[in-house]
Design a protein around this ligand. Structure first.
Ligand code: KG4
Ligand code: ZN
Length: 432
């Protein structure tokens, strides 16, 4: 019998909900990026992130249920749905564009729209639509109106909910207020449905993203998790087994990208912008240190290359009186990117060679980096290691990866109680 899990992810600046079948098949994966809210500040503002999660989490869950409904309620063949990732951020962005001018609907109108789609009481709770002080980014009533019913006259979110076996949610690591938003939504749903609640560690979620993209992938393997908050290497001998082999001693790789991007005037989010700005640069124009801690250590340090890059940037600003030519900046970014990528590739390759599983899994937001993917592929060819790197939409934060991780906990009956709390500094071990 198939197990369908509704998953919620709100650990940082993406609000996401997904429905995942048997830990491997993505039935829906809705991702609302808060980039627009934070870019004006040059980084994620925790309070704004929490408020935005509160505003959008219910409509996002509703969309995820609607999109999964055809697979859940039998109107579409149950044979492996082809919808692997339905990243609807574009849809939401379009929604934003068409509805920005609209005022947030008054509470009764929101309730009416909810009723039309027969949103269960738990979802339609007026408090969930509390109007934020700031102008709403989009009109959630409109969003609900556009949710596609899977049965004529029926209500897709309601039907989808009936087919859900458990509700999963990220409990940490992440921003406390942001995590609490997802936890509150998940607990309310699990309680009202009488279904199990499963708390998932965000890092474990990132690793499990690989199971979604590669149905044949199974442990053992070596995993590199590189995100805005983490640069970790794990040996994964079995499902839900993680042995830490290396970690950053200072900044995470994504954090280093974000800082250099900001210093270089690219703004937030830094990683993807830096990667684009580096495209036509010369990666050997500037020499930044590749820190290694000697044989047997797979730890990282990115503060060395970061400080060297900041010093180089100051020199360039002095030379060019703050008007550095574009091609020189491209080479500056390209050289920094090359230094970070070289360290990541070298350490994870060496770690894998000691374990000799023949497999490296690369996940987390930085795994979306094209140079990293290329260099790892080359290292894999040179060392006869298969590289498993999910597509960018599954590398950056998303709820489908949480749904996958939750399945393996569900299978071993590792369920959570309603006491489940946010753990902002949670580390990855098998107890949680
Ligand atoms: O996993 P993620 O979405 O959120 C965290 O759990 O932190 O990772 C976000 C990080 C950010 O630091 C972002 O700059 C970085 O991933 N990132 C990238 C790229 N896309 C996202 N870094 C380098 N190149 C990219 N293409
Ligand atoms: Zn993440």
């Amino acid at each position: 019998m198939s197990i369908n899990i509704l998953a919620i992810e709100t650990s940082c600046d993406e609000t996401s909900a997904a429905v995942v079948r048997d830990g491997r098949v993505v039935l829906s994966n809705i991702i609302f990026s808060q980039v627009k809210q934070h870019e004006v500040f040059g980084g994620v503002v925790p309070e704004i992130a929490s408020r935005k999660h509160v505003e959008v989490v219910i409509p996002i869950i509703d969309l995820a249920l609607s999109e999964a409904a055809p697979f859940l309620c039998g109107t579409t063949s149950n044979a492996a749905p082809t919808a692997t990732v339905a990243d609807s951020s574009a849809t939401l962005a379009a929604q934003t564009a068409t509805t920005t001018a609209h005022a947030m609907p008054p509470a009764p109108a929101a309730s009416a729209a909810s009723a039309a789609h027969a949103i269960p009481a738990a979802l339609a709770a007026p408090a969930a639509y509390a109007v934020p002080a700031a102008p709403a980014l989009y009109d959630s009533t409109e969003l609900l109106r556009n949710a596609r019913p899977c049965v004529p006259g029926g209500s897709s979110p309601q039907i989808a909910l009936n087919s859900i076996d458990a509700v999963a949610v990220t409990y940490g690591p992440g921003l406390a207020g942001a995590l609490l938003t997802g936890l509150a939504a998940a607990k309310g749903l699990a309680f009202s449905l009488g279904k199990p609640l499963i708390g998932v560690n965000h890092i474990e979620g990132h690793i499990c993203a690989a199971y979604l993209e590669y149905p044949e992938l199974a442990p053992p393997f070596t995993a590199l998790v590189v995100s805005g908050g983490h640069s970790h290497i794990y040996y994964v001998p079995g499902y839900r087994e993680y042995e830490l082999m290396g970690r950053t001693r200072d900044d995470a790789a994504g954090e280093a990208f974000d800082k250099i991007a900001r210093a270089g005037g690219l703004g937030y989010p830094g990683g993807p912008k830096l990667s684009r700005a580096a495209a036509d640069g010369d990666p050997e124009a500037f020499s930044f240190p590749r820190v290694r801690f000697g044989s047997g250590s797979y730890d990282f340090s990115f503060s060395g290359p970061k400080t060297a890059a900041l010093n180089q940037l100051n020199k360039l600003k002095n030379i060019y009186s703050d008007n550095i030519p574009g091609n020189i900046m491209a080479s500056f970014f390209s050289s920094f990117q090359a230094a970070v990528v070289d360290i990541l590739v070298e350490n994870v390759t060496q770690a894998e060679l000691t374990k000799n599983t023949g497999k490296i899994v690369v996940v987390g937001g930085v795994a979306a980096n094209t140079l990293l993917r290329e260099k790892l592929t080359q290292s894999g060819i040179n060392n006869r290691i298969s590289i498993f790197c999910p597509p960018p939409a599954l590398c950056t934060d998303n709820a489908a990866m949480i749904g996958s991780a939750a399945y393996f906990k569900y299978s071993s009956r590792q369920l959570s109680s309603m006491e489940l709390n946010a753990i902002p500094g949670a580390s990855l071990d098998c107890s949680g």
